[in-house]
Design a protein around this ligand. Structure first.
Ligand SMILES: [Zn+2]
Length: 501
């Protein structure tokens, strides 16, 4: 019976985030840090990457070995101690497992720790050192990963998400595990991994896969996959806020034919470069965005206008507590609802006041000093108090338990603020419903998220307006002082040339 180890260490690192990333950042998440048998029990039957590995394993009759599973909401560079502890646990389980026939990992690709810029490369090299050169190591990754040549040398296959919003981690888990089964049966020769890195650092704002350049690239990759010798073509848009020299777009090809594998990667890399301008997107600053939204609201319509505070997306490392957009809406007397504003102190104050209580709140603006905007002082009324727990319904978190911690609905003028104690992106209508707001009935919704909210909110929105507001995940990269990204790189060096090599 083949013995297959599985594991996950996942973090999308935003070097500009004011939120520190320690081991407790991983332990605070829904699952905590799971190990061994507990990992296998928790993920069995789940529609997750590891759930996909386990499902194929059960069908194949594999003995599955759980190593470690941990993820944290995007935030700043991971503390060295956290990276070492999680990697150490994974290696301990692999050593204790004895002889293995394969390893399946679900990583992110844009994790950067204080002691390893290419954290996934560091993890996979260490795993390789334990399991030896002969055991296949296949990895599922997020399309926002920043992939390096060193990482590619350590692994035998890469399977990236092909959806953004990401609704296919489970399917890609199945794909990776089915590839493992074909390698173990001898049906597929052991593949190798090839890379092309065009000098591109696009913002993540235009990496949806339903349209635009990511869709075009994924479809071109499908054509290669349909031919012989190519197992998988993985298109990584990259994550620009992980500030290191390998940040940016990459094409990773898993192939059994070496010449074809590199040719495919190179051709795909040149194609990405040729359509790079399609990644550019200009979005309005706060005053224009608010004006546009209020005009649409004034025209009526039976669906809400959504203002997406993409720059403060906690799912991309934003603090979730920036205030400039809310400040302008409140100043202009707007009516609507906003989720999720992260402010545990305001929630505590609301709990002390009780339902119906009124008080002066200093909301948001705490995490980053004045860097992304000061707190807003408001007169607010506490309308609802909640434990902030619900089961997700929309496509991104469907069926999963969501915990916002103690949560308060605080009404300020015509705005209903959903104030949470645990930082997160509002990617599900449940973030409003948990405090009794029916989002589809609001004229205006403010959502701190970049793209994942679309899966659940596009059906109820008349228009979605993305806003260029202050925040650690602002899509306007010129707002940031990069220290480490390689130069020249597009679009920071807009007029640069590339010879395609
Ligand atoms: Zn992603």
């Amino acid at each position: 019976m083949p013995r297959i180890a599985v594991g996950m260490i996942s973090h999308e690192t935003n070097s500009f985030s004011p939120i520190a990333t320690t081991l407790s950042s991983f332990a605070d998440e829904r699952i905590g840090v799971l190990e061994g048998e507990a990992l296998l029990r928790d993920f069995a039957g789940s529609k997750t990457g590891i759930g996909g590995f386990l499902e194929v394993g059960a069908a194949q009759g594999w003995e599955m070995i759980g190593t470690v599973a941990a993820s944290a909401t995007p935030s700043a560079n991971v503390a060295a101690a956290a990276h070492d502890a999680l990697k150490g646990k994974m290696l301990d389980h692999l050593r204790a497992a004895g002889k293995l026939d394969g390893v399946l990992l679900h990583l992110h690709g844009a994790m950067l720790s204080e002691n390893a810029n290419d954290a996934e490369g560091d993890i996979c090299r260490a795993v390789r050192a334990v399991i030896g050169p002969d055991v296949p190591l296949l990895v599922e990754l997020d399309l926002h990963g920043n992939i390096t040549a060193e990482f590619c040398k350590a692994v035998d296959g890469v399977f990236v998400y092909i959806t953004n919003p990401h609704i296919d981690p489970y399917e890609r888990g199945l794909e990776a595990a089915e590839c493992m089964a074909r390698i173990l049966s001898g049906e597929l020769p052991r593949p190798k991994v090839y890379i092309s890195k065009p000098p591109m650092l696009p913002a993540t704002i235009n990496m949806r896969t339903a349209e635009g350049p990511m869709k075009a690239l994924i479809e071109r990759g499908d054509e290669w996959e349909a031919g012989p010798g190519i197992v998988n073509v993985s298109v990584f848009g990259g994550f620009p806020f992980a500030d290191f020299d390998q940040a940016g777009t990459s094409i990773i090809v898993t192939a059994t034919d070496p010449a074809l594998g590199q040719r495919c990667a190179d051709e795909m890399g040149r194609y990405a470069w040729s359509i790079r301008d399609d990644f550019l997107k200009s979005i309005p600053k706060v005053p224009e965005a608010v004006e546009q939204a209020l005009q649409l609201v004034a025209m009526g319509g039976d669906k809400p206008v959504v203002l997406a505070d993409v720059a403060d997306n906690p799912g991309g490392g934003g603090s979730g507590d920036t205030t400039e957009l809310l400040r302008d809406l409140i100043r202009r007397g707007a009516s609507g609802a906003a989720a999720c504003v992260w402010d545990p102190a305001a929630v505590q104050q609301a709990m002390k006041l009780g339902i119906g209580g009124e008080g002066t709140f200093q909301i948001g603006g705490h995490a980053a000093g004045d860097l992304y905007g000061a707190p807003i002082e408001v007169q607010g009324r506490v309308v609802t108090l909640s434990d902030g727990s619900f089961t997700g319904w929309g496509p991104v978190v469907r069926g999963r338990a969501v915990h916002c911690g103690p949560t308060a609905r605080i009404d300020v003028g015509g705005m209903k603020l959903v104030v949470v104690s645990i930082r997160q992106a509002a990617n599900d209508q449940g973030y409003f419903r948990v405090v009794g707001i029916q989002p589809e009935r609001e004229p205006l919704l403010v959502i701190k998220s970049r793209g994942h909210f679309r899966a659940d909110f596009e059906p109820i929105a008349q228009t979605i307006i993305e806003v260029d507001a202050p925040g650690a995940a602002n899509p306007n990269l010129e707002r940031f002082e990069f220290q480490h990204v390689r130069r020249p790189i597009w679009p920071l060096d807009r007029d640069m040339e590339w010879d395609g090599q």
